[in-house]
Structure formats: C-alpha cells, structure tokens
Ligand binder design. Structure first.
Ligand code: ATP
Ligand code: MG
Length: 137
C-alpha cells in the first residue's frame, strides 16, 4: 500500500468541482484516508512549492495557489502515486489525455485543477505538510 497527496486547486474548488473530482478518484479505486479544505497564505504556498522557487512561474503559481480554498486529500492504494498521476494526466491540460482530470477540468497550464505528489518520498513530505498522524485514518 502507498499513500499520496492530492490537492484540488483553487480554480476547481471555485467552480464547485471538488465533489465530482473526489468521486472520480474513488471510482479509480483510490481510497480517501484524509481530507480537509483550507486556504493557503502566500507564504504557505511558497513553502509548499519551494522546489519551484527558481522557476519563472513561481510568483504567479503561488499567487494562484493562495487565491482561494483548496481541498487536500490523502489517498491510499497499491501504487497510489503513479495511479493518481495517471488519473490527473499531463501538467498542461491541452496535452492531457481524454478521460484524465486535467483534460476534463484544467483551464490552463497554471490553473490545471489538481496536484499530485510525484514520488513516494515527495508524497511523505507533502502529506506531512497538510496532515498530522491523527488526521490520516
Ligand atoms: P503538480 O506538482 O501541481 O502536481 P506537475 O508535477 O504536473 O504538477 P510541476 O512541474 O511540478 O508539474 O509544476 C507545478 C505546477 O506549476 C503545475 O501543476 C502548474 O500549476 C504550474 N506550472 C508548471 N509549469 C508551468 C509553466 N510553465 N507556467 C505556469 N505554470 C506552470
Ligand atoms: Mg509537481
């Protein structure tokens, strides 16, 4: 079993797509083992995406991530990291395969509806950013 972190990003939450996206995740066989809605401050968004601090899109990305509530989800399943990445599709919604979350719900390269950890080590760090042990069941 493996855990991963999913985030329903501000653009998708603002369009009331959280329920639909959670249903799609569950239909794909990934179990929700932690769930919370919150709003990141700019500093918290910068902390979460610190790995991208030197990228030209960092300031815009962190403004966007702090622009409204997000839904943070701990997911569990066999090979959960890779399976959820596959369900999300490519970073750019225009390149995402039909049937993927970003193809369906993404609006732009930045406002691409969902986040998913990119490996088991990253997942552990990102889950700990949002959830304490009691909050993952
Ligand atoms: P995420 O980490 O959000 O799951 P990802 O791993 O597919 O996405 P990353 O390269 O980690 O992609 O980029 C993080 C996020 O930064 C992307 O999801 C997107 O919102 C934004 N982003 C990535 N590249 C660009 C870009 N060239 N211009 C604007 N925003 C970008
Ligand atoms: Mg990433």
């Amino acid at each position: 079993m493996q855990d991963t972190l999913a985030i329903i990003k501000p653009d998708a939450v603002a369009r009331d797509l959280a329920g639909e996206i959670l249903a799609a995740v569950q239909a794909a066989g990934l179990r929700i083992v932690g769930l919370k809605m919150l709003r990141l401050s700019k500093a918290q968004a910068q902390g979460f995406y610190a790995v991208h601090a030197e990228r030209p899109f960092f300031d815009s990305l962190t403004d966007y991530m702090a622009s409204g509530p997000v839904v943070c989800v701990a997911l569990r399943g066999e090979d959960a990291v890779a399976r959820y990445r596959a369900l999300m599709g490519a970073t750019n919604p225009e390149q995402a395969e039909p049937g993927t979350l970003r193809h369906k719900y993404g609006q732009s390269l930045e406002a691409n509806a969902v986040h998913g950890s990119d490996g088991p080590d990253t997942a552990a760090v990102e889950l700990a950013f949002f959830f304490n042990k009691l909050e993952i069941v």
